[in-house]
Design a protein. Structure first.
Length: 277
């Protein structure tokens, strides 16, 4: 029995080691990849409900890996947060997204607000406000055309100076949204004191919305989140909207905006141009 146990451990360890080696290799490759500019940004439309007109776009980073091809952020954002490289990577995403948004604005018409994800590490980094102010200036983008998305844990975990940084950004005119709202530990009492403009409802709540079950638990949760947001004077964006049925339910509930495959998958900036005309 003892030998058996040993073998199982050996087997488990081998698998785990292989995964760990791959992780470390990917992690180690990131600084050079950043240097070689292998990271690029895709954009996904955010539309107003019920009309379906474009109000914004979310910037989502990808890695064009020379060996493994296109890697999604779930493969490397966690690693970048661990090593701290997220600060530089995040800065590069911000710069790309702001430059792109300025290009769309130059095409005329109503420019979409560009929404960029911010990791906790970035919020804690001294100089964030100056960085973002410089990026906006260099891109020629008004601060009101930028929205930052932070998860509840990224916001709630920070006190003092990081919150001051967010306040300063809001004073500049930048918008702040809480990402994946409802999935973290929401300190609801705290919410009223936070410098935020909008809540993004996680797709995991949207999945359960169906026309034939208007009072399902998910529907009631979404209704409660929308009502909470509106009570606090915040906008609500639903994520992961895949069906017409879900969009209709969200619209009935009073959700302001939606994002998901029903409207468009994340894609290159050229695809957003078609939404502008
Ligand atoms: P997120 O911020 O919650 O982004 C939404 C994710 O849902 C994206 O995955 C998007 O492609 C996906 N999605 C959009 N519509 C649908 C839909 O209708 N159905 C389903 N099932 N999924 C949909 P993606 O691009 O793989 O990004 C994953 C996560 O990586 C993001 O989640 C975000 O937390 C993180 N991330 C992406 N870009 C950045 C970045 O530049 N900086 C940081 N810190 N995090 C990023
Ligand atoms: Ca997001
Ligand atoms: Ca989200």
């Amino acid at each position: 029995a003892k030998a058996d146990g040993k073998n199982r451990w050996a087997c488990y360890d081998a698998e785990r080691n292989a995964r760990e080696v791959a992780r470390i290799a990917l992690s180690a490759a990131m600084p050079a990849a950043l240097e070689r500019d292998e990271f690029y940004v895709e954009y996904q439309p955010i539309v107003r409900l019920p009309e379906g007109t474009l109000t914004g776009v979310e910037a989502l980073v990808r890695w064009a890996h020379p060996e493994f091809g296109r890697l999604g952020p779930d493969r490397f954002i966690g690693l970048a947060e661990e090593t701290g490289l997220i600060v530089q990577l995040g800065r590069s995403v911000l710069a790309k997204a702001c430059a792109q948004a300025a290009e769309w604005a130059a095409l005329g018409g109503v420019a979409p607000v560009v929404s960029v994800n911010l990791a906790a590490r970035q919020v804690e980094e001294p100089g964030l406000v100056e960085d973002i102010a410089r990026i906006l200036r260099e891109a020629g983008l008004p601060p009101t055309s930028l929205q930052l998305e932070l998860t509840e844990s990224a916001i709630m975990g920070t006190t003092g100076e990081p919150l001051d940084a967010l306040r300063e950004l809001v004073d500049l005119g930048v918008c702040v949204a809480i990402d994946d709202f409802g999935t973290g530990y929401s300190n609801l009492a705290y919410l009223r004191h936070l410098p935020v403009h909008a809540l993004k409802i996680a797709g995991s709540f949207v999945v359960g919305l169906r026309a034939d079950e208007p009072d399902s638990v998910d529907a009631q949760i979404v209704r409660a989140l929308v009502s909470l947001a509106h009570t606090l004077g915040l906008g609500v964006i639903a994520e992961g909207v895949e069906t017409r049925d879900q969009a209709e339910r969200l619209s009935d509930i009073g959700c302001d905006s939606a994002q998901g495959w029903l409207y468009a998958k994340p894609g290159p900036p050229e695809e957003i141009v078609r939404w502008l005309v």
